[in-house]
Design a protein around this ligand. Structure first.
Ligand code: MN
Length: 740
């Protein structure tokens, strides 16, 4: 190896240690040839990254080595993936080109590395993040390893995120929750998905995360004792099966516990199923199903099961390949306990997802399950998308977690994502059947096209030659495939109609003695359209009046605006409108934007999340409405940060006394007689000394929900109000409202 002067001795020790650790994981899987390839990739990467360091100060090369190790140890990939992971950042960040990689390692590896390399110079697009992601997905359909290595890359970046600036952390976390963690789920990488979610939560809501982590730690002893108490009476019967087995009781992830707290609206202390008990048997594939059911029978002999909670994913695996038998039983002290029963093979699939499927190919129809999904993605990719954002949204629909099983008239089973409609079914059968769908029968009865599919439905589609998709259809479907196909049909129709518009424009310009090609793009802008096709369509449907061309005169074949003419209608919002003074609040809250005094920016506070001084915030540059300040926990924040990261700016409070904010609190509780409103109002205005702007209350059957708008100076007042209100008798929960 060539002498590299940029590494210190200490660096080299670190690098070699990391590399040896990687080699140990790959040992059994690699042939001599693989080993040589890995060595060469390692050497190429070490040299290429010699000048780079990570934010933490470490040599950059440690990152690709660690990504390679994750690929092997945590995802179960083989030597090819190791070579690609080692090289995954060289083309993007160093002097090594894709051609160099191809020359050294062949076209397969070059193709994967290319998929992992970010697109260059994306300045003119709506969302560079979305464009880059689309590129990953386009390669994914050729070789799934691309996306698996991308997952390992993202995982290592998240594990080392602490050295990044906060704003960057938020962007990465948002993008991860938006697309990477649903994708990890879809690929069956449950461990990685869970880690993604937990790290994102720690970044986005650090206090809440820490609180749950502490409580989990505190309750660990009690929990272990309880698990033992639960398992003990099962042992004897399980031993009698004469099959090797292991049992563990793992706590659920912090993000899933928080999810429970939020959806069930109960405090941590009242969540009893903080863990699931897992019984894993080691048997040959042909005995798996019967042994698992025997274990089920043993568990439910001892602990009473709750029948509705029985889930049999052994007979019908989930579409990501997950197999397991789940039941919830009533354990000691009357607590609900989830029990998962599976074989070692099923367990490995649940931990490693996709990669494990290659190993067990042939068992069940795993391969087909993924092929169906990949086919769907291919179809989404094949249909024309105007922008990558539209693509990402369609792609996201292919990541649905749950599915429904329905049947064709011939009894063939089809799997659709939960929420899919009868019209989705029609498009799923064939895009022509979807496009010409006139009516749909479910179990021999006509249903609306937007009917939501139910398990066991048998569907029949009635088509008509003259039927064609309309704009409304987009609202009647849920799958990305159907959406893409409908949009494609609409575009085609628009293009055809536009032909008339184009002819009319050509005629008009000829009469004016103006050139067509030289003027058309100017006219697209003048009439405020995005593309030529939109302009033609506008003319064809008469939303554009060609007489407006009188505002131009012709000079040498070119249209020029008449000078003395009344001003032409403006296409964009005039700048003066943006500069109106912010709300007439007493003392406008001051901010620091991107490290500078915020006065030069004309910011407004977003109404969706109503930031209050002290909240964690960020700025978002809107297209027409200046700079908007959102809370980082705003329901819209994730979408904005994940897709428009480049429009996000850093925003910080300048703490002052005389500011005021209006915040809405949602108070729920038990309505124990009259006077609830009076008691709450009294507490807020007299005890807490806050002004109430409005108060509405609704309720039924003893429950009520009140919405109170109060005026506060800062977040401490809000938090104090929430704590005080929560202590009032009859009140079960108080939260700040958030609207989407
Ligand atoms: Mn990387």
């Amino acid at each position: 190896m060539e002498e590299v002067l940029l590494y210190t001795d200490a660096d080299r020790v670190l690098i070699q240690r990391a590399y040896r650790k990687l080699l140990r994981t790959i040992n059994k899987k690699a042939t001599q040839e693989d080993r040589t390839d890995i060595r060469r990739a390692y050497e190429m990467a070490v040299e290429a990254h010699a000048k780079q360091r990570r934010k933490s100060g470490e040599p950059y090369i440690l990152h690709p080595i660690e990504v390679a190790r994750i690929c092997v140890e945590e995802i179960g990939l083989g030597p090819t993936a190791v070579v690609c992971a080692l090289l995954h950042d060289v083309v993007e960040d160093t002097d090594v080109s894709l051609a160099d990689v191809r020359k050294e390692f062949g076209s397969k590896i070059a193709m994967i590395v290319d998929g992992l390399t970010k697109l260059d110079g994306l300045y003119n697009v709506e969302s560079p993040q979305a464009e880059n992601f689309k590129k990953v997905v386009s390669t994914l359909v050729q070789d799934v390893r691309v996306v698996l290595i991308k997952m390992a890359d993202r995982l290592h970046n998240l594990r080392t995120i602490a050295s990044m600036p906060r704003q960057k952390q938020l962007k990465i976390a948002a993008e991860t929750s938006y697309i990477y963690s649903p994708l990890a789920h879809r690929l069956g990488l449950y461990n990685i998905k869970t880690e993604f979610q937990d790290i994102c939560l720690r970044i986005m809501e650090p206090e809440i995360y820490q609180d749950i982590a502490d409580k989990l730690e505190d309750s660990k002893k009690l929990r272990d004792r309880y698990i033992n108490e639960f398992i003990k009476p099962l042992r004897k019967a399980l031993d009698a099966l004469k099959v090797p087995y292991r049992i563990n009781g793992r706590p659920k992830s912090i993000s899933s516990i928080l999810n429970k707290i939020r959806t069930k609206k109960v405090p941590f202390e009242e969540i009893y199923d903080l863990y699931a008990i897992r019984i894993i048997v080691d048997v040959a594939p042909e005995r798996e199903k019967s042994i698992c059911w025997q274990v089920y029978s043993i568990v439910t002999d001892v602990h009473t099961p709750i029948p509705e909670r029985l889930k049999d994913w052994i007979t019908t695996p989930k579409s990501n390949g997950y197999e397991s038998l789940h039941t919830t039983v009533i354990g000691p002290k009357g607590r609900f306990v989830e029990v998962q029963i599976r074989s070692e093979r099923m367990d490995e699939i649940s931990e490693r997802g996709f990669a494990a499927h290659w190993k067990y190919k042939g068992v069940q129809k795993m391969h087909n399950l993924y092929e169906n999904w990949l086919d769907n993605i291919r179809e989404i990719l094949d249909s024309p998308h105007t922008d990558a954002l539209e693509f990402i949204n369609d792609f996201k629909t292919s990541l649905f977690n749950e599915e429904v099983y329905v049947y064709t008239p011939k009894g063939e089973m089809k799997i659709y994502p939960k929420g899919a409609t009868a019209l989705d079914f029609a498009f799923g059968i064939h895009s022509d059947i979807g496009a010409h769908c006139m009516a749909i029968k479910v179990n021999n009865k006509l249903v609306p096209m937007g009917y939501k599919l139910q398990n066991g439905d048998q569907l029949q589609v009635i088509t008509g030659k003259n039927q064609k998709p309309s704009e409304d259809w987009l609202k009647l479907v849920a799958t990305g495939k159907a959406k893409a196909k409908i949009r494609q049909a609409l575009k085609e129709e628009k293009r055809q109609k536009g032909e008339y518009g184009k002819e009319a424009l050509e005629r008009k310009l000829r009469n004016l003695k103006a050139e067509f090609d030289e003027n058309v793009d100017q006219l697209v802008k003048f009439f405020g359209f995005k593309s030529r096709m939109d302009l033609y369509f506008g003319i064809a449907t008469e939303s554009v009046n060609l007489n407006d061309l009188r505002q131009f005169e012709v000079e040498g074949g070119k249209l020029v605006p008449r000078k003395q003419e009344v001003p032409v209608k403006p296409v964009t919002t005039p700048a003066t409108e943006l500069r109106e003074t912010p709300s007439p609040m007493r003392g406008v809250p001051k901010l620091i934007i991107n490290g500078e005094p915020g006065e030069v920016y004309n910011y407004k506070f977003a109404t969706c999340c109503e930031p209050v001084m002290g909240d964690d915030i960020f700025g978002y540059i809107t297209i027409n409405d200046g700079l908007k300040i959102h809370r980082t926990t705003c329901p819209n924040a994730m979408h904005l940060m994940a897709n428009y990261g480049y429009r996000i700016v850093k925003a910080e409070w300048v703490y002052t006394q005389n500011t005021s904010f209006t915040v809405e609190l949602v108070i729920t509780g038990i309505d124990d007689g009259p006077g609830v409103i009076e008691r709450i109002s009294h507490l807020i205005s007299s005890t807490l000394g806050l002004n109430i702007r409005s108060f509405t209350i609704s309720g039924s059957e003893g429950f009520f929900e009140g919405r109170v708008s109060v005026v506060v100076n800062n977040i401490d007042q809000i938090n104090h109000a929430i704590v005080t209100l929560k202590k009032m008798p009859g009140i079960s929960n108080v939260i700040r409202s958030e609207t989407n």
